[in-house]
Ligand binder design. Structure first.
Ligand SMILES: [Zn+2]
Length: 199
């Protein structure tokens, strides 16, 4: 696996750190079943934290304007993500719902999903990720408004600590017309119906 271009840490150093943790947990990192584990973990980290090698703002910079005057809300809901909390390095699994009202320019819908990925694949706090996604879209695409709602189940809460399963945290960030206009915000929330069965 290629090392992260931003990282001064080599692959060998990352693997040594995994061996240290295995040993600290009480394992023998030299036993057969664990021999390739440090390499696999380092590779998995490369995948889980690929967001550090991406520039989400670049995804919002390519827009198109030929939308036949479409100026209504565009909503992409149920964008699944896997992230990791920065406090325990434990997974956060959930979905993001994004809506915006264009101001003459729209982006391909896959780009919205890519922005979500680029921020999710980092160590995160859900509140911060929610704000980052909304701010990236608002600041680069400059729509009339943007709304982002994030749902997340935090494994640091379900598998340790207070061991509460089935709990999901919901965070939101509203900017522009989504913040200032209650009707726009209500329309968005109706589209995404957070917390309600819709399948
Ligand atoms: Zn945590």
């Amino acid at each position: 696996m290629a090392e992260s271009p931003k990282s001064p840490v080599t692959q060998a150093q990352a693997e040594a750190a995994v061996r240290t943790l295995l040993e600290w947990a009480g394992e023998d990192p030299t036993r057969e079943g664990l021999l390739d584990t440090p390499r696999r973990v380092a590779e998995a980290y490369g995948d889980w934290f690929s967001g550090y090698r991406e520039d989400p703002r670049a995804y919002m910079a390519r827009t198109f304007e030929e939308v036949a005057g479409y100026d209504e809300m565009i909503v992409l809901r149920d964008i699944e993500y896997e992230s990791h909390c920065e406090h325990h390095m434990a997974p956060i699994i959930g979905r993001v719902h994004v809506g915006y009202v264009p101001n003459g320019r729209v982006v391909g819908i896959s780009k919205l999903a890519r922005v979500v990925e680029a921020y999710a694949r980092r160590f995160q706090v859900q509140e911060k990720m929610t704000a980052q996604i909304a701010d990236c879209i608002q600041d680069v695409l400059q729509p009339l408004g943007v709304g982002v709602v994030v749902e997340g189940a935090h494994e640091c809460m379900t598998t340790r600590g207070i061991h509460k399963r089935g709990v999901s945290m919901v965070t939101s960030r509203m900017r522009g017309s989504f913040h200032d206009d209650a009707r726009t915000r209500a329309e968005f929330l109706r589209f995404i119906e957070v917390g309600q069965a819709r399948r």
